[in-house]
Write a protein that binds this ligand. Sequence first.
Ligand code: ADP
Length: 467
Amino acid sequence: MFSKILIANRGEIALRVIRACKEMGILSVAVFSDADRDSLHARMADEALCIGPAPAAQSYLSMPNIISAARITGCEAVHPGYGFLAENAAFARAVGDSGLTFIGPSADAIERMGDKAVARQTMMAAGVPCVPGSVGTVDSSEEALVFAREVGFPVLIKAAAGGGGKGMRVAADERELHSNFTAAKTEAAAAFGSDQVYIEKYLARPRHVEMQVLADTHGHAVYLYERDCSVQRRHQKLIEEAPSPALTPELRAAMGEAAMKAVRAVDYVNAGTVEFLLDHDGRFYFMEMNTRVQVEHPVTEQVTGVDIIQEQLRIASGEPMKHVRQEDVRLNGHAIEFRINAEDPLHNFRPHPGTIDVFNPPGGFGVRVDSHMYSGYTVPPNYDSLLAKLIVWGETRGEAVARARRALDEFIIVGIPTTLPFHQYVVEEEHFQRGEVYTDFVERYATTEDVRAFVTGVPAAEKEAST
Ligand code: ADP
């Protein structure tokens, strides 16, 4: 096992990794930008080094600065967390070339899954069902039209290098396909440095269900079951739960097997997530694979008892993982995660950095809070808006929802608007309570007006009869 590692990240995920290190007797080195001098991750690690100014491009995204920090402090390995350089194959390679271990999959696996169009082709070849659409990228709107006619409108134009819910455009018909195609390419080039796009059928109200996988260097691979991440806003996740209210044991096993095919197809090692869309007929389709630990990994930890970060460290150090047979991984109860962001749910989730005067997280049985907040902390404007993750566990989904309601009521954050009121509204919402959540849940049942009516006690204007 490693004796010292560097964490190339900030925020709650940096703390999460530091905690795992402490439990395993591994020394941790934090890196921080000028904006994060007062951050908990810099205080909690055994050592901390400033790697540059506030803009991420000059600090958390600076490969030379991070690798130098690791070498200066005598680290053996680098944990990338999520975001920043976590899915950057060049970084994984540079870490390896400096004689350090990258705590994640091989650079080759990152590369093959990082291009979503290539990943689709790889999965098709491996016999994993993919969303109907183009086989690789498409170069012109005429070519796009051929595929769109084949699978039927509406279709989605997706950036091959896209991520984080960005780089997607729906086209309802031929006319929109033509006008959106060029726009999508221009957007993709600006956001991701590549204008490659591909076409997928736009599925009507699917669920987003993803499989957590683990594979080690001894040839063991298991899936830690699924997470349902259907509650999203602008294709970004807000609430995740495990298990999915929509999966039967048969469907779960089939999806798990499909995820194992994905793992084998790219010789995947370490923790990863295979994302699927599930339609109303119980058919599922591969969407993409994330080659890192996910924000929502705690719900899986709560229902399986597996510490995913510790497993990542074990696997990267060359040890076998703890649960090597599928039948050793058991599902117990139900867990739900709520992302508490520094965003105003009454104003279109506008990001709202600023000082937190009071931070008073909930506690008690079945409640976990992963957060880097404290009273008096100032949220810098430079990074993402995640403040805390509230994870609740219950023996049943109903118990978990009741516990969530209690814990959300206890959660006090004073100083800046957060998504807490949104979550308080959602746990009372009848479709959510019944587990009837699809990717359009927010626009249908949890609009700004709904949340405002809930917060102010003034009923929203009559909703259309169809909803
Ligand atoms: P990202 O890498 O940006 O997260 P994904 O490919 O994972 O992008 O898609 C994010 C979300 O976009 C999905 O969870 C889903 O809500 C929506 N989405 C993606 N592809 C489709 C599709 N073919 N049909 C309907 N919704 C889709």
